[in-house]
Write a protein that binds this ligand. Structure first.
Ligand SMILES: O=S(=O)(CCO)c1ccc(-c2ccc(C3CCCC3)c([C@@H]3C[C@@H]3c3ccccn3)c2)cc1
Length: 235
């Protein structure tokens, strides 16, 4: 059912991510970083000389639900508290209660020109079968917008990013209200297809990505654990 002008795009991109997230890590993906439960994979891909390496991160952490992780990732009011690579972020349009359009200025990464991004950001709960917990996901997908004009010297990033989370309840007690945070665990998959939107030295971009993605996800997940520690569990 058409709710807003981008409803079909959102549906298509969400279904694509749901299809690929289950795909096993096949050959062609290199494990570039491993830290505790976090495993970072990358494929080396260039499109007319520009590095557009897809990135896939698997991580799991105790004490938080997939709903909590997705909520803090999607909700703009927390973004500047965990996102250290942004100069600014703002909502320029609300399409529905689960879909907004952001405009972001990314911190400049020398020697590249400063990047900005404009994407729709959608959060969704997919309740599969009854017995186990639902899957929560957030997708950030580049879209043009009249309130986000592309202005030189800034270069518009092209991004298709998804955060897909499952919640595991270990040794479930008889009734749900007895579940404690040490009994829950979130298994997340983060995928990022980022095209820098203009030429960046390949080696420089690859080393920035290799350093920044693990740092970014570690900082984000630690932030959510901190924020939810003493709060009631949001399933
Ligand atoms: O998960 S999100 O949707 C969170 C919402 O903000 C997201 C994460 C990361 C990016 C991103 C933006 C710019 C750049 C580069 C391109 C040329 C110069 C800067 C990079 C490269 C990969 C490296 C990178 C990775 C992580 C964090 C920052 N830097 C990534 C965009 C969106």
């Amino acid at each position: 059912n058409r709710k807003h002008r981008l409803a079909y795009d959102v549906e298509r991109v969400v279904q694509e991510h749901l299809t690929y997230v289950r795909e096993e890590i096949s050959d062609g993906w290199d494990l570039i970083h491993q830290e505790g439960e976090m495993k970072v994979y990358r494929r080396e891909v260039e499109e007319n000389g520009i590095v557009v390496d897809p990135l896939k991160i698997f991580h799991s952490m105790k004490g938080v639900t997939g709903h909590e992780i997705c909520q803090y990732f999607w909700d703009y009011q927390y973004r500047m508290e965990w996102e250290t690579t942004l100069d600014s972020t703002k909502i320029i349009e609300v399409l529905d209660p689960d879909t907004v359009i952001f405009f972001q200025m990314h911190k400049r990464v020398w020697p590249a020109a400063q990047r900005d991004s404009c994407f729709w950001s959608h959060i969704r709960c997919i309740s599969n079968s009854e017995e186990d917990q639902p899957t929560w996901l957030v997708v950030n997908y580049t879209t043009p917008h009249h309130l986000a004009p592309i202005k030189s010297p800034h270069v518009r990033l092209v991004a298709n990013v998804a955060l897909i989370c499952e919640t595991i309840i270990n040794e479930p007690p008889l009734n749900i209200q007895d579940i404690k945070r040490e009994n829950i665990e979130c298994k997340l998959t983060y995928v990022a297809f980022v095209n820098p939107g203009g030429w960046v030295p390949s080696a420089a971009l690859r080393s920035v990505a290799k350093r920044e993605y693990p740092r970014f996800l570690k900082r984000f997940t630690s932030y959510v654990l901190e924020q939810t520690r003493d709060k009631p569990i949001l399933f």
